[in-house]
Design a protein around this ligand. Structure first.
Ligand code: PMP
Length: 383
């Protein structure tokens, strides 16, 4: 049976070229990257090369790369680390309403413990984080502002540079979760004016369980570590390094930087064809979010009158995802779509298609057929 994977925003397949670079590290390399003997030094040299590739992907400097277990840890380090390093009294933390749970739940946890007051920045109906609201709320008592570069559910891009201007003017730290954007479009933290950037291996066709927080020199001094121990990663993340994973992340970052522009053109054409064909064959198909300013690989599509969980269940073996998350046994509508002002019903009818490096024309042909049949079936069962 032909399977079609259109869930790249959840996790992208590992590129065979990345596997080839990781293979000798897994099978032959010996030693701890912090050891001073030749074995250790060889491991450290591999890590340093990866550090350069990761820095280059986001326009950072290699010395600012802190390797982590993924973007979840990078996001936690940015927020918890900045709050732990805070000197002085009452402070506020600002995050947007559409952040990944690793930002929003961390922010809520810090607020629940009374360490900060939480300010949540809303989004427009098009899914944009509102720079005007950041400008209104920002002040020197804000310890860190965290706004993602591109939303994982809708793909909508944030006006990062515009927000960074507001934030940096007040000397406030600006963290940007670029997990979904960095591998797919140009992202330059220096040009944008971002202090801290999170990335993840498995979103850029690299391995899972490895990521990084890329920091400016000044920002690095304004963070405390989450993990204490041997003082690795300039004291910001103790623990012997996952050399094979880091080499994989570095290779994935290098390939993404080389190929992202070209890939964006190919993938966006496939995505647009997918949506156009579904729209031509079905009534009541709408796209959620700003279709002019979004990731090239993502479409968040509402099929009016068709529950997304039921549509997905009928789409096997084509993998897509619903914005809703299963929490404590109950299905909740997508927070992101609700923040954009969609009704619960509309949110429950929305499906995310996310394409990527290995998506082919044939995949799209099959996905269109399967999606159309699934929506028709679900609609006929509920009408
Ligand atoms: N941020 C965003 C925007 C994401 O999409 C994800 C993954 N769903 C994460 C953070 C977490 O990344 P990781 O799986 O590497 O912890």
């Amino acid at each position: 049976m032909r399977e079609v994977y259109l869930d790249y925003n959840a996790s992208a397949p590992l590129d065979e070229r990345v596997v080839e670079e990781m293979r000798p590290v897994l099978s032959e390399a010996v030693g701890n990257a912090s050891s001073v003997h030749r074995f250790g030094r060889r491991q450290a040299a591999l890590v340093d090369e990866a550090r350069e590739h990761v820095a280059e992907l986001v326009g950072g400097h290699p010395g600012g790369v802190v390797f982590t277990s993924g973007a979840t840890e990078a996001n936690n380090l940015a927020l918890q680390g900045a709050v732990a390093a805070m000197t002085g009294g009452a402070a506020r933390l600002m995050v947007s309403a559409i952040e990944h749970a690793s930002v929003s739940r961390t922010a809520q946890w810090l607020a629940d413990r009374g360490l900060v007051k939480l300010e949540v920045v809303g989004v427009t109906a098009a899914g944009w984080v509102r720079p005007d609201m950041v400008a209104e709320l920002i002040g020197p008592d804000v310890v860190v502002v965290s706004v993602m570069a591109a939303n994982s559910e809708t793909g909508v891009l944030t006006p990062v540079g515009e927000i960074a201007e507001q934030v940096r003017e007040r000397g406030v730290l600006f963290h940007c979760d670029a997990t979904q954007m960095a591998g797919r479009m140009s992202f330059d933290m220096g040009e944008l004016g971002v202090d801290l950037v999170s990335v993840s291996g498995h979103k850029i066709c690299g391995p899972g369980g490895v990521g990084a927080l890329i920091c400016t020199r000044q920002a690095q001094r304004r963070l405390e570590p989450l993990l204490m121990g041997g003082g690795h990663e300039r004291g910001l993340r103790s623990g012997s390094l996952n050399v094979a994973g880091i080499v994989g992340l570095g290779a994935a970052a290098r390939l993404a930087a080389e190929e992202r522009l070209q890939e964006a053109g190919r993938v966006s054409a496939l995505r647009d064809r997918l949506v156009a064909e579904m729209m031509s064959r079905l009534e009541g198909v709408h796209e959620n979010g700003d279709v002019k300013r979004r990731l090239p690989n993502t479409a968040n599509v509402r099929f009016v009158g068709a529950d997304s969980e039921a549509v997905m269940a009928n789409m096997d073996p084509v993998a897509v995802s619903a914005g809703s998350a299963c929490s404590a046994g109950s299905i909740e509508p997508s927070r992101v779509l609700l923040a954009m002002g969609l009704s619960r019903d509309a949110a429950f009818e929305s499906v995310r298609f996310s394409l990527g490096r290995f998506t082919s024309e044939e995949d799209i042909d099959l996905a269109v057929d399967v999606a159309v049949r699934a929506v028709e079936r679900v609609r006929s069962m509920t009408s």
